[in-house]
Design a protein around this ligand. Sequence first.
Ligand SMILES: [Fe+2]
Ligand SMILES: [Fe+2]
Length: 155
Amino acid sequence: MGISQTPLKRSKELQPFSREHHHGLLLCWKIRKGITNGVEKERIKRYADYFYKTSLLPHFEDEEKYVFTILGNDHELVKKALAEHRRLTRLFLNEKDIARALSKIEEELEAHIRFEERILFHEIQLVATPAQLQWVDEHHQEIKACEDWDDEFWT
Ligand SMILES: [Fe+2]
Ligand SMILES: [Fe+2]
């Protein structure tokens, strides 16, 4: 698998996931900004928890139910993505070592999203049948990210 493949235009049925990825990258940016600005870790954690519950967990669930199944759970790329979902979930649920967990989330969520966008989704699009893409379209509603968080520690 090469990272330098010619980018394939994202099929419209998968575009809602790509927009959600954009919000995930934004979360990473906000965490990074918070850390750099010396914001209290609990404030960052509160927002990260909220984002995880309302946006990221449902995103993971729908990827696993409707998108990864196109390649199948035995596919190496899917195994890698599933392992990353589990690892990220553990980091979000970690209440003991918050500062370290946040900095790992920032790093690993971004890497996970880049992997999905550049490699996994590319591969899925190459093999997906129109019927499978239609199935995704019918079952996944774009998850709107919360824009009304009062404590904007990243500004
Ligand atoms: Fe994912
Ligand atoms: Fe994703």
